[in-house]
Design a protein around this ligand. Structure first.
Ligand code: 2P0
Length: 323
């Protein structure tokens, strides 16, 4: 009962922020992301009758108790009444950078655990399982541009991801990731979302977010980067505005993040293709083209406090490597 799987991180262009059902981890708003070819997690799961406890290794070190507990709970979800397991997970990017994404980790874990359990789940079922561990992980089951629907409160199986365009359908997309202040984030996503519910802007955020989906889908159908970029920039800024206006405010943006936003917007006035996004952390990101990616990366790298950049292209969904 062994399997090995890999999955890649995704960056949302229309952001998931807020939950309609905390216990089932159902998102309050639909989201749309790009699975990227950089930032890969590889995970093996071995259900072993000889074990009397789970053993979880992350990047060749024993996982801390919280991470271990989260992995064990997810294994219970994938295979209720299971035997204990050894789980080994490693990232091809430094975990300390604060890029360690629960998306790639739980997508890879879901596929590896399902395969080790002998279950041949389709993408929808894998996505429903992954979502319960981490909303963004539901999207990393698929490659390319991926939509995550909201579902219905009270119904666990009602929210899952669907691919809108594969990684081969629009290969000319690039995401430049500027790595700012490194280290684990101070406010986790779940916590940040829960706190954002106290924001006076939360109701407007959840009311205005769904309309961005048809705009993004239409832009994808037309391969219209400017239209998709405008949606992405608006969605990121509204998500952060909602979080920042909470009480106490949830502020993920740091000095270099805001400077990165200005640099990206300025590049546009000079004729480059570049649109800003930023997640629940300090790293500015730019949606761009293959022709402009190097220049955008150099401009971001010049922002004081941006330590390095990664240029990512559309990537594949979760893949079973063995088992
Ligand atoms: C996103 N983020 O759409 C949004 C934008 C971060 C900012 O999905 O609570 O770690 O585990 O379901 O998946 C991060 O959320 O949250 C995230 P949980 P997750 O990518």
């Amino acid at each position: 009962m062994y399997a090995l799987a890999e999955a890649r991180a995704n960056i949302a262009l229309v952001k998931y922020w807020g939950k309609s059902d905390l216990a089932r981890n159902l998102p309050a708003v639909p989201s749309l992301s790009l699975t990227v070819d950089a930032l890969t997690t590889r995970t093996s799961v071995h259900f072993d009758p000889a074990r009397n406890a789970d053993a979880v290794w992350i990047d060749r070190k024993p996982a801390d108790p919280r991470a271990q507990e989260r992995v064990s709970r997810h294994l219970d979800r994938v295979l209720p009444g299971r035997m204990f397991a050894e789980v080994r997970s490693s990232n091809d990017f430094p975990t300390a950078a604060g890029l360690a994404s629960s998306a790639s980790a739980f997508a890879a874990l879901t596929l590896a655990a399902s395969a080790a359990a002998g279950a041949a789940h389709d993408g929808t079922k894998l996505s429903i399982l992954a979502r319960q561990a981490s909303g963004s992980a539901a999207r990393s089951i698929f490659g390319g541009l991926v939509l995550l629907g909201v579902g219905t409160p009270g119904q666990t199986d009602s929210s899952f991801a669907t691919p809108i365009a594969s990684e081969r359908d629009w290969p000319d997309l690039r995401l430049v990731i500027g790595i700012g202040i490194e280290g684990p984030k101070e406010i986790g996503s779940t916590d940040g979302m829960t706190r954002s519910e106290a924001s006076p802007y939360y109701a407007s955020w959840t009311a205005s977010a769904p309309a961005e989906i048809p705009r993004a889908v239409e832009a994808i159908e037309r391969r219209d980067l400017a239209a998709l970029g405008a949606v992405a920039e608006r969605s990121a800024l509204r998500m952060h505005a909602c979080a920042m206006a909470s009480d106490p405010g949830v502020v993920y943006l740091r000095g270099p993040t805001v400077e990165g936003l200005h640099v990206i917007q300025k590049l546009r006035t000079r004729g480059f293709h570049a649109w800003f996004t930023c997640d629940a952390g300090p790293h500015p990101k730019a949606l761009t083209t293959p022709a402009d990616a190097e220049y955008v990366a150099r401009a971001l790298a010049e922002v004081p406090g941006i330590r390095r950049t990664i240029i990512a292209a559309p990537g594949a969904g979760a893949l079973l490597l063995d088992g």
